[in-house]
Every structure is written in C-alpha cells, then in structure tokens.
Write a protein that binds this ligand. Structure first.
Ligand code: SDX
Length: 433
C-alpha cells in the first residue's frame, strides 16, 4: 500500500499521509490539510471521520466482529467476569489473580460516599429520570473528591497515581449511586451492600436486597448481570465515549468527563434505545401484537416511528452482542421460569425485518439494545433504569478511553465548521430597523 495520496486542488497539489491500523484499516491523515490548503473537511455525524488512534476496542461492522484489546466478545462474555474485563479495557492486559485482588481491594477502599450525596439524591423529585440523577450525582462526586491542584507545568496526564486513584474511586462509587437511585425509586433504604462480596455480586445485593432479609446471590442473576455488563463495557468511538474523550481533552476530571458521557448515553438514539425498545414492544402488545402494522410505520418516512433497537452506525451485519443477548434472554427466562410474551413479539419483529427489503437494503439488524431490556425486565429492573444499567456496563470503556486520551497527551478537541450565516452587516438603531 502507498503511504501517501495526492490531493489536487485547482493548480496546486497536496500530499496527505495514509495511516494503517493493526487490522489493516486505512485512514487519510488530514492534520495538515488546513495549513496547506486553507480547506477543511465536512462530515456531519462524523460518519467517515476518525477522531483518534486507539488500542482499546476493534469493531468490524461488515463482519460483525467486536474485540476488547484483541479478545473476542464471545469469549469474554462466556469465560470472563466483569471486573477482569474492566481491568483489561483500562490497563490493556487481563489481570492475574494478584492484580485482580488488589484492584478489587482498592475499589472497596473507596466505596464510601459522603452522606451529603444522599441528601442531593433525596432532593430530586421521585419522577426524575434515573439517567439525569446519575449524571448529576456523578458530577456532584467531584465536590466531595476534590481534584489535586495541578500547576500548568505538571500536567495530570503523566500522573499515574492521580489517574489510578480517580479510576478506582469512580468504579467504586458509581455502582453505589446506581443502586441508590434504583432503591430510592422503590422506596427502599439505601445501603452499601457487603464489601466481602465480589464486584458484581455486591452490585446485585445493593440493588435487590430487601430490608430485614438475608440476601442470597442467585447464580442465574449474577451470570446474567456479568454477561450484560461485559457486553456493554466498550464500543470504540460511539457517541458517549467520544463525549468522554472530548470533555476529558480539556483536562476536565474523569468524574466530569463521565458525567457528560452519561448524559450523551441517555438519548434514545444511543443508550436510551433499550428503554425505548421495551416501551415499543409493550405498545405493540397493547395494540394487539400486530407487528406488521408497526413495520409499516417504521418504513413510512412521514411517520416518526422507528423500529427501536434496530440499525447501527457501524454494524451492517448482526451486532454480535445482540446475538449473545438473545440467547441469554431465552436462557434466563427459562431458568427463572418466566414466559414473557414481549420476547415472542421481539422475535416476531426480528424475523419479519430480516426478510423485509427496506431493512435488508439498509442493512438494519438488531443491535445491543433490542433484547437487553427483556433480561433487565426479567431481573425486575424497571424500564427507566435500563439505560442506567447500560451506563454501569460502559463505565470501564469510558475510563479506558479517558485514560488513553490523556496518556497520549492528545490535543483539546475543537472541530471546525463551514459558516453559512449572514455576511457582515451594519448595526441599525432601533428606529431604523
Ligand atoms: C447504540 O455507536 C455505537 O457503537 C452505539 C452503541 C454502543 O455500544 O455504544 O452500539 C449503542 O447506541 C446502539 C443503537 C441504539 N439506537 C437505536 O436502536 C435507535 C434506532 N436506530 C436508529 O435510530 C439508527 O439506526 C441509528 C441511530 C442507530 C444509526 O443511525 P445512522 O447510522 O445515522 O443511520 P441513518 O439514521 O442515516 O439511517 C440510514 C437509513 C435511513 O433511511 P433512508 O434515509 O436511507 O431511507 O436507515 C433508516 C433511516 O431512516 N433507519 C431506520 C432505522 N434505523 C435506520 N428505519 C427504521 N427504523 C430504524 N431503527
């Protein structure tokens, strides 16, 4: 492969470098474009634009491949636990037992939250959406975990202790906030669970333990939670991760960057889709289960209805996570003895879409959000908490990208634009307008 291309503009020629990744992806490096041509590129939604080089996650949308640090999502979902996948994403290698034990101990040592945070939580109306609360409380954590002052000449980027402490604090505190948000909605007392338990085991205990009852971890639920959290852990430069990277590029703290990422994930075109899928399936069930009617609505350009949980910016084949979650949903419902008509409606929609020319031509397949809500529902997690569970899973991915961006000393993110507004005009006094 050549490592440069020529861009001919009028009578001038610019040489641009080609960049090749470890999976043979090719990028056109335009970092010199503006200085050499006074031109910029324009790419709304960044559909053709790479923002960075990254070693964390690899996606192949045509083949439906997803790997974290080179390990296939299928193997990790089957064989790993969430905390070791978090360690892998953040630090680049699977931990040995000593490293994993230390990681968990360091997290547990930071799993206390200032009681004033509870007062902030209690100040929210009961009707407040959990994602808005989680983003606010994650931001509030900054006030109670003040950043160490940095002078301009000692950038935090190289300060590994600062980074590691921020990372274990965040991984310790956000699951507690998630459990507290869930419990407050149910009118249950807030607690810290049991620090003698594993990471995911304690999350489930904090979320589901009822007052005055011993909580026995159910292996089915633990396995389901582990798998769901692993499947959501990272997905390269998606909307919320790109948000974390660009906010972090201003040297904003990890907490502030992740709080922004939580807000970006909330949108129904992104992580909010898992809640929207369940609401859509429940609406179809309430309407009599006529999936064909809703397929027609999804294809009707004059109708704002979209088949939520379908389509993806990168995957033009099956989302490998959706395949795993669909099998897991069947397994969990059988093991828990639940028969949920919603699952059958979802399968019916998928079956019809996969043979419908509108969806086939546009390569619209079920994505990670299409079946996940069915499992959350079986675990008795309310619809409005689904995207919070997505955020809980995505935490290590956001952390890994924030750390990578900072260690690479990447420049502050500041895209350009093509201005299409008014050209210069004179200010007219009020009487003259
Ligand atoms: C996530 O990026 C990531 O990696 C995200 C994520 C992660 O792990 O971080 O994977 C998580 O966000 C998954 C996606 C969850 N969102 C949804 O399920 C919402 C429904 N899907 C769509 O809104 C849409 O498919 C997107 C937002 C996911 C992708 O949108 P794109 O890439 O901008 O594609 P597009 O909107 O330009 O659609 C292309 C065509 C259009 O039709 P035409 O104009 O060509 O005629 O496909 C149509 C769209 O109208 N289309 C759909 C559709 N999705 C796309 N038509 C009906 N139903 C849909 N769901």
């Amino acid at each position: 492969m050549k490592n440069k291309v020529d861009l001919n503009i009028d009578d001038s020629k610019i040489e641009l470098n080609l960049v090749k990744g470890s999976e043979n992806e090719i990028g056109l490096d335009i970092s010199s474009l503006r200085t050499e041509s006074n031109m910029i590129t324009l790419d709304p939604g960044y559909k053709n634009t790479g923002s960075c080089k990254s070693k964390i996650t690899f996606l192949d949308g045509e083949k439906g491949i997803l790997r974290y640090r080179g390990y296939s999502i299928e193997e990790l979902a089957e064989k790993a636990n969430f905390l070791e996948v978090a360690f892998l994403l953040i630090f680049g290698e699977l931990p040995n037992q000593t490293q994993l034990n230390k990681f968990l101990i360091d997290i547990k040592e930071n799993s206390i939250i200032d009681e004033d945070i509870k007062r902030i939580l209690e100040s929210f109306p009961k009707s407040a959406h959990p994602m808005g609360i989680l983003s606010s409380l994650t931001s509030a954590l900054i006030a109670f975990n003040p950043e160490k002052k940095i002078s301009l000449d000692n950038k935090q980027n190289g300060d590994q202790d600062y980074m590691y402490n921020s990372i274990v604090k965040l991984l310790a505190k956000v699951p507690i906030l998630v459990a507290w948000v869930h419990r407050r909605r149910k009118g249950l007392p807030l607690d810290y669970g049991d620090n003698n338990l594993g990471y995911v085991e304690n999350i489930t205990k904090m979320m589901f333990q009822l007052p005055n009852q011993d909580y026995v971890n159910n292996k089915i639920i633990i396995d389901a939670m582990n798998k769901l959290l692993i499947l959501h852990a990272d997905h390269e430069q998606n909307c919320s991760t790109s948000t974390v990277r660009i906010v972090g590029s201003s040297e904003a703290s990890l907490f502030a960057s992740v709080a922004a990422g939580i807000s970006a994930l909330w949108g129904r075109l992104h992580g909010g889709a898992n809640q929207a899928v369940l609401e859509m399936l429940e609406a179809i069930k309430k309407d009599g289960g006529d999936t064909k009617k809703f397929m027609l609505k999804a294809k009707d350009k004059s109708d704002p209805f979209r088949l939520m949980g379908f389509g993806h910016r990168v995957y033009k084949n099956f989302d490998p996570r959706a395949k795993i979650i669909k099998v897991t949903a069947n397994k969990i419902l059988n093991e828990l003895g639940i028969s949920d008509p919603i699952l059958e409606i979802a399968k019916g929609l998928e079956k019809e879409a996969l043979k419908d020319s509108y969806f086939v031509e546009r390569k619209l397949y079920p994505n990670v959000d299409f079946y996940s809500g069915i499992i959350y529902k079986a675990l008795e997690i309310p619809n409005e908490m689904f995207t919070v569970m997505f955020a809980l899973g995505r935490l290590p991915g956001w952390v890994a990208h924030w750390r990578e961006m900072r260690l690479n000393n990447e420049p502050i993110g500041r895209p350009r634009q093509i201005y299409t507004g008014e050209t210069l005009r004179k200010f007219l006094e009020m009487g003259l307008r």
